[in-house]
Design a protein around this ligand. Structure first.
Ligand code: B12
Ligand code: SF4
Length: 485
């Protein structure tokens, strides 16, 4: 839903994996099914006749689609080696293989650059299930190996087609780049830290600047979980960009306390072209922040918003809606959101496999449909009747949307939209009137009534806090485990 309206971004993880597979001597094609249809995929199978197909499973909601495509691929090209990898797939490898019933030869857990070429060599061989991070129906290899140098395998952006369709708001068109990987915090609702074993790695400033300099688009989305945790790294990349004469507009995501602590580096990047940022506020009150283990106070959050305003950023923030909310709670958020200039997004609290709350959330899941695990649907019991919950959610989103896309605000955006349209970029323009068809009470509610072909394996009955290590996909060495300081 998100990518139907506000943004659509390039599959940078898959592009990096493609570079690694190319470096091993293979001929690679990449098809982004955000932009292309299944018919295009079938045509590519017939034209290119690949010996292997790898699917990216970063999002849980995409699992049924990928399982069906794997089955289609095996039926059409029985000799083809079919595998999948990516963030969400890593946490539910066994059950995905089970759904696929033999159509997926293996699932690759963890980051893909180092390992991805090796299953291709081991296809059809018992060695396959002994490779690090690889899971087959016959067994699993040792823990996945971490990439020791982020500078290796820069994204193969030449493989993505129709790149003008990638955008985020007014940054249209927009490419993506990665400066750091991982997060040293441990929020209870998030799987970014569990995937990388709470480690934090940095690209070298020169390689990061070279990569950004090679980007054709005028705008860049920085995919880092928390940008500029180490300010000296941000300064060094900025200076390397200045030396190369690179001038672009940027969008990044960070934490409020990091912005407060390192405001100089953000102000410096403002001069380089950083105008838009996303701050994970998550909650307005102390109790909810503690529950999310966000390790910030409401006071710090609000001070960070002031700092962002002083520097002159356009800021989007996120608030997590608990399915337990009643009308009054929605009302409080609407009232608050209308008093601040920031763009306010809402996501629905969702226990994902790989998060701590997947194990500790004592309320029973009301759905085991992967497609509803997209933080826009309620998969926990709602206090309001479900339809009323969606009515409140959509009403709140519509109010917030009108705040930014209403007539008064549109007057300001009209000139941007016009100049983009004159350059043939219409993603932003289209976003302005798509809202009603995407965020829609009946559509949200009807999504719950669809038949479920592949049901998720629910969490076990234990409601105690698991050890962090037991959640990790990558188990970092002591040297790599980073501190937030
Ligand atoms: C950037 C980002 C986005 C971008 C997406 C860009 C894109 N086109 O992919 C945007 C802003 C659009 C986005 C949106 C959403 N996101 Co997001 N996003 C991220 C973030 C911060 C970084 C992802 C990234 O680019 N990392 C860098 C690249 C290099 O790594 P990578 O993609 O993971 O790829 C590596 C491995 O996964 C693996 N790999 C990947 N594909 C493949 C394929 C094969 C064959 C192999 C072998 C390996 C492999 O190898 C790659 C290289 O090491 C992650 C957090 C995280 N750290 O993972 C959250 C994250 C993935 N998002 C999340 C969520 C919830 C969402 C949204 C649903 C809602 C929201 N409000 O954020 C939407 C849904 C979008 C959609 N398309 O459906 C959750 C995932 C939840 C889940 N389990 O499904 C995460 C984990 C954040 C979190 N806090 O928990 N997101
Ligand atoms: S700070 Fe952000 S990326 Fe890190 S654990 Fe918390 S929510 Fe996840």
């Amino acid at each position: 839903m998100y990518s139907e309206i506000f943004l659509r971004l390039e599959p940078i993880g898959l592009e990096r994996v493609a570079t690694a597979i190319r470096a091993a001597g293979h001929d690679v094609r990449l098809l982004d099914l955000q932009l292309f249809r299944h018919a295009d995929y079938v045509a590519a199978l017939d034209d290119f006749r690949p010996q292997a197909v790898g699917f990216s499973l970063n999002y849980l909601a995409n699992i049924p689609e990928v399982v069906d495509l794997a089955k289609l691929t095996k039926a059409r090209r029985p000799g083809c080696f079919v595998f999948a990898g990516g963030h969400s797939g890593s946490f539910v490898a066994d059950e995905v293989l089970e759904h696929a019933g033999g159509a997926l030869d293996c699932l690759v857990r963890g980051e893909g650059e180092l390992i991805a070429p090796r299953p291709l060599e081991a296809a059809g061989d018992p060695r396959l299930s002994r490779l690090p991070g690889v899971v087959t129906r016959d067994g699993a290899g040792p823990a996945p190996t971490m990439l020791d140098d982020l500078d290796r395998f820069p994204p193969a952006r030449d493989l993505t087609r129709r790149r003008r369709r990638y955008f985020i708001g007014v940054l249209d068109p927009c490419a993506s780049a990665e400066l750091t990987r991982g997060c040293p915090w441990d929020c209870s609702f998030c799987s970014a830290w569990t995937f990388y074993g709470r480690s934090y790695r940095k690209a070298s400033p020169e390689a990061a600047a070279d990569d950004i300099a090679s980007i054709a688009e005028p705008n860049v989305f920085l995919v880092d979980d928390v940008a500029f945790i180490h300010p000296e790294h941000g300064f060094a990349i900025g200076q390397a960009l200045e030396r190369r004469g690179v001038r672009k507009q940027y969008y990044l995501e960070t934490r409020c306390d990091v912005l407060l602590r390192n405001r100089e580096v953000f102000a410096y990047w403002k001069r380089l072209g950083l105008h838009y940022m996303f701050l994970g506020l998550e909650a307005l009150d102390e109790d909810a922040l503690r529950l999310h283990r966000k390790r910030v106070t409401p006071g710090e959050n609000f001070r960070a918003l002031e700092v962002a305003r002083e520097i002159g950023f356009t800021v989007a923030v996120n608030i997590i809606v608990d399915p337990d909310w009643d009308e009054r709670r929605f009302e409080i958020v609407r009232e608050w959101a209308l008093t601040v200039p920031e763009i306010v997004h809402l996501t629905v609290a969702t226990p994902y496999p790989g998060t701590e709350i997947w194990h500790t959330e004592s309320r029973r899941l009301t759905s085991l449909d992967y497609r509803l695990f997209d933080v826009q649907h309620a998969v926990l019991p709602t206090r309001l009747p479900l339809q009323e919950f969606y009515a409140q959610l959509v009403k709140t989103q519509a109010v917030l949307n009108r705040k930014h896309l209403g007539v008064a605000a549109l007057r300001q955006t009209a000139s941007i939209a016009l100049s983009l349209a004159l350059r043939g970029q219409t993603n932003f323009l289209r976003m302005l009137w798509k809202f009603g068809s995407v965020y829609n009470i009946e559509r949200q509610f009807a999504d719950h009534q669809r038949p479920v072909t592949y049901a998720m394996r629910p969490p076990g009955p234990v409601a105690t806090r698991p050890r962090a290590r037991d959640l990790f996909i990558h188990i970092p060495t002591a040297a790599r485990a980073a501190s937030a300081g």
